[in-house]
Design a protein around this ligand. Sequence first.
Ligand code: ADP
Ligand code: MG
Length: 241
Amino acid sequence: MTTLAPSIQLTKEKSTEPVIRIQHLDHYFGKGDLRKQALYDINLDIQAGEIVIMTGPSGSGKTTLLSLMGGLRTIQEGSLSILGQEMRDISKGKMLEVRRQIGYIFQAHNLLTFLTAKQNVRMSLELHDEYLAQDIDKIAVQMLESVGLGDRVNYYPDNLSGGQKQRVAIARALVSRPKIVLADEPTAALDKQSGRDVVEVMQRLAKEQDCTILLVTHDNRILDIADRLIYMEDGHLSDAE
Ligand code: ADP
Ligand code: MG
């Protein structure tokens, strides 16, 4: 009994700290007369293991917010912390460390067309020192098998369907077991069934790996995979009705 108590305490503390915490975040594009505010006083906490879906009209600021969370843009005003690390005024080195904990999936799959499916997935592991001593070919193949592409590992992207390419992109984003996955309209280019397949693969892997997902979508048919829905309009974020 006495030995169990401290570890329970630790787990509890860990799980209450949000993986993503955003407070009073504003963002602007342009300078001088052309300066235009894109995000207004964004506040958001996302807990470990949560799947959050963000919807909202085109041009409302969804991609801007995602790119700030992913460390792809500089924080101008307010606070944004990822895995306990404040991203405002962060050093380059620390920024890279945070980025390595995040998997990205974009609307276009962004695969390298001169590499096979396996090589695309492998590349993501090569950025992580801890995998250098491991059989990364094998890990890449296993990951492709888990997204249903075991028979396509040596195919080039041009010879894969849209849904298959997006599943390679998911394999690439999740193979290094990131703590956070940011997905920007990952099903936009897909038909109904492939879109559904793709998010279900993401959902299953996220639960298996206990990773947090923030997914932007216009696709009403996939909203049910979310634990929580949030809504962006004209740079203002709110809970979805
Ligand atoms: P969404 O992803 O919801 O469609 P965005 O975040 O891409 O919206 O864009 C939000 C607003 O910011 C839009 O008015 C857009 O024109 C503007 N914007 C986005 N990126 C840039 C940029 N690089 N330079 C200037 N304005 C931008
Ligand atoms: Mg966008």
